[in-house]
Design a protein around this ligand. Structure first.
Ligand code: BTN
Length: 231
C-alpha cells in the first residue's frame, strides 16, 4: 500500500480515476480538502479543509464488485466502534451514528481499474454539519473532542485491506453474510428511491452480489444502487 497525500484536489476519486495508468494496485489518495467532492446519485460531498478524511483506494481489478464498497463501510463502522460509538450500516454503503450519516462510500471505475472513495466526518463541528441538507454527524460532534485523523485512517486502511485479503481468499459471500446481519433489513417494509424510480416493498435479503432483493406487488426487484428508507 502506498499513500499519496494531496493538499487540495477537486475529488480524490476523480484524481485516482484520471491517474489509474500510473497508480499502482492498492495506492491510496488522501487529500486535505476537496473542492468538488462527489457523492452518490450525483450529490456533492462537502469536504472542508483539514477537518475530515477524504480518501480513494485504487484497486487494479477489471470487474466492478458492489461488495467492495461494503468492505469499506464495514471497515469504517468497526473503526468508529473502536472509539466507543454505536456505528450502524445503512444499505447500500453508509455508516450512521445515532441515525445520522458519519461516512459515505462511492466506488467508481473505468477500463483500467476501480476506485473506492471514502469520506468520513471526523472533526467537523455540529454547526457546520447542521448546514447540510441531510442529518449528518462527525466523531467530534458525537464525542465532544478532536480526533486524530491520521490514526483513524491508518486503522481504517488496515481493516479494509484485511477484509479485502480475506474476501479474495475465501470469496465475497461471507462478506455479504456479515453485511446482511449488520444491516438488519430482512423483513422490513421499505421505500426505495433510485435515479429512475421510487417504490415500496419488503426486503427479502441481500444477495451474494450485494444487491437488495425487495418483494413488491409486481414481483421481486433487484436493487443495486439507491436510497432505502424503512417505513
Ligand atoms: C455518498 O454520497 O455517501 C458517498 C460520498 C463519498 C465521498 C468520498 S470523499 C473521498 C472520495 N472522493 C470523492 O469525490 N468522493 C469520495
Amino acid at each position: 500500500m502506498r499513500i499519496i497525500r494531496l493538499d487540495t484536489v477537486d475529488s480524490t476519486n476523480k484524481y485516482a480515476l484520471t491517474h489509474l495508468d500510473t497508480l499502482t494496485d492498492r495506492a491510496v489518495i488522501v487529500a486535505e480538502e476537496q473542492t468538488a467532492g462527489r457523492g452518490r446519485l450525483n450529490r456533492v460531498w462537502l469536504s472542508p479543509r483539514g477537518e475530515n478524511i477524504y480518501c480513494s483506494i485504487v484497486l487494479k481489478e477489471q470487474k466492478s464488485n458492489p461488495l467492495l464498497t461494503v468492505l469499506a463501510a464495514l471497515a469504517v463502522a468497526r473503526t468508529v466502534r473502536g472509539r466507543g460509538l454505536a456505528a450502524r450500516l445503512k444499505w447500500p454503503n453508509d455508516v450512521l451514528v445515532h441515525e445520522k450519516k458519519i461516512c459515505g462510500v462511492l466506488a467508481e471505475s473505468n477500463a483500467k481499474g476501480l476506485v473506492v472513495g471514502i469520506g468520513v466526518n471526523i472533526n467537523m463541528t455540529a454547526e457546520s454539519l447542521a448546514a447540510l441538507d441531510r442529518p449528518a454527524t462527525s466523531l467530534r460532534a458525537e464525542t465532544g473532542r478532536i480526533h486524530d485523523r491520521g490514526k483513524f485512517l491508518r486503522e481504517l486502511l488496515k481493516k479494509f485491506f484485511a477484509f479485502y485479503e480475506q474476501a479474495r481468499r475465501a470469496g465475497f459471500a461471507k462478506l455479504a453474510e456479515i453485511w446482511q446481519n449488520e444491516l438488519d433489513l430482512t423483513g422490513k417494509r421499505v421505500k426505495i428511491q433510485t435515479v429512475q424510480q421510487e417504490f415500496y416493498g419488503t426486503v427479502i435479503q441481500i444477495d451474494k452480489e450485494g444487491a437488495l432483493l425487495v418483494a413488491t406487488a409486481q414481483g421481486v426487484e433487484k436493487v443495486l444502487a439507491g436510497d432505502v428508507h424503512v417505513v
